[in-house]
Write a protein that binds this ligand. Structure first.
Ligand SMILES: C[S@@+](CC[C@H](N)C(=O)[O-])C[C@H]1O[C@@H](n2cnc3c(N)ncnc32)[C@H](O)[C@@H]1O
Length: 222
C-alpha cells in the first residue's frame, strides 16, 4: 500500500468497472435521479445561451465537445439543438454504442465518438466552440484534471468556452468508494482551474435540485 501509481491505477480501473455495470439509460447516467434531467438541461440551456451568438465576442455555434458524455443525455437535449456538430468522449464503450440509438436521427451530426478516459484524451487543437464537462471531473486526479483542462484551453476556437457543471462538497475532498470518484469543494475546483491557466468568467448554482444531493455549480471558463 501507499504506492501512489498503484492507487491511481486502481482509482481509474474501479471507476471503469463501476460504469460498465450501470444501465445505459438516463436514470443510470444520473445515479437513479433521472427525474432531475429536465431541470438540469433547462438550467444548462439558460446558462449557455448567455454566451452564444453572432455578435462580436460571442461564442460560436459550430462544434461542441461532450466530456464524460455517457449515452448522450446532454448531447441530445442541450448540444445538438444548439450546435452544428458535436463530438462525444467517454471511457465506457457500451454507453457510446447506446448513444448511436438513443440520439435518433440527429445523431448523424455527431462527428466523433471517442472512447477514452479524459486523463488520456487529447481534444483537437482549436476545434471547439464549447467543451461541456458535466458530472465527470470527480473521476480525475487533481493532476490529470489540471492537465486535461489545459488541453481543453488549447482546443477552443476564438471566444470558445469550457464549462464545468458538477457536484461541490461543503468542505474538502469527499471520496466515493462506490463509483471510485471524489467530490471537491468550490475553492479546490477554482484552484485547479487557475492552475490550468483558465479563468472563471461566470458561475451559477443550479437551482431546484433535490435537497439531499450535493450542490451543483456551473462554471464558464476561458
Ligand atoms: C455521472 S455519469 C454522467 C454522464 C453525463 N455527463 C450526463 O450528465 O448525463 C459519468 C460518466 O463519466 C464516464 N466516465 C467515468 N470516468 C471517466 C473517465 N476517466 N474519462 C471519461 N469518462 C469517464 C462514465 O462512463 C459515465 O458515462
Amino acid at each position: 500500500m501507499g504506492d501512489l501509481a498503484e492507487d491511481e491505477t486502481t482509482f481509474y480501473s474501479n471507476a471503469e468497472d463501476y460504469w460498465r455495470e450501470v444501465a445505459p439509460t438516463v436514470d443510470g447516467m444520473l445515479g437513479g435521479y433521472g427525474s432531475i434531467s429536465n431541470v438540469d438541461i433547462n438550467g444548462s440551456k439558460a446558462f449557455l445561451k448567455k454566451f452564444l451568438g453572432e455578435a462580436d465576442g460571442k461564442t460560436g455555434k459550430g462544434c461542441a465537445l461532450d466530456c464524460g458524455a455517457g449515452i448522450g443525455r446532454i448531447t441530445k437535449r442541450l448540444l445538438l439543438p444548439l450546435f452544428d456538430t458535436v463530438d462525444m468522449v467517454d471511457v465506457t464503450r457500451e454507453f457510446l454504442d447506446e448513444a448511436k440509438k438513443y440520439l435518433g436521427a440527429d445523431g448523424k451530426r455527431v462527428d466523433n465518438y471517442f472512447c477514452q478516459g479524459l486523463q488520456d484524451f487529447v481534444p483537437g487543437t482549436g476545434r471547439y466552440d464549447v467543451i461541456w464537462i458535466q458530472w465527470v471531473i470527480g473521476h480525475l486526479t487533481d493532476e490529470h484534471l489540471v492537465e486535461f483542462l489545459r488541453r481543453c484551453r488549447d482546443a477552443l476556437r476564438p471566444n470558445g468556452l469550457v464549462v464545468i457543471k458538477d457536484n461541490v462538497s461543503y468542505e474538502g475532498v469527499v471520496p466515493d468508494d462506490v463509483d471510485s470518484s471524489v467530490c471537491r469543494d468550490l475553492g479546490i475546483v477554482h484552484r485547479l482551474v487557475g492552475q490550468a491557466g483558465l479563468r472563471v468568467v461566470h458561475e451559477e448554482q443550479q437551482l431546484d435540485f433535490p435537497k439531499e444531493i450535493y450542490q451543483v455549480h456551473t462554471l464558464a471558463l476561458r
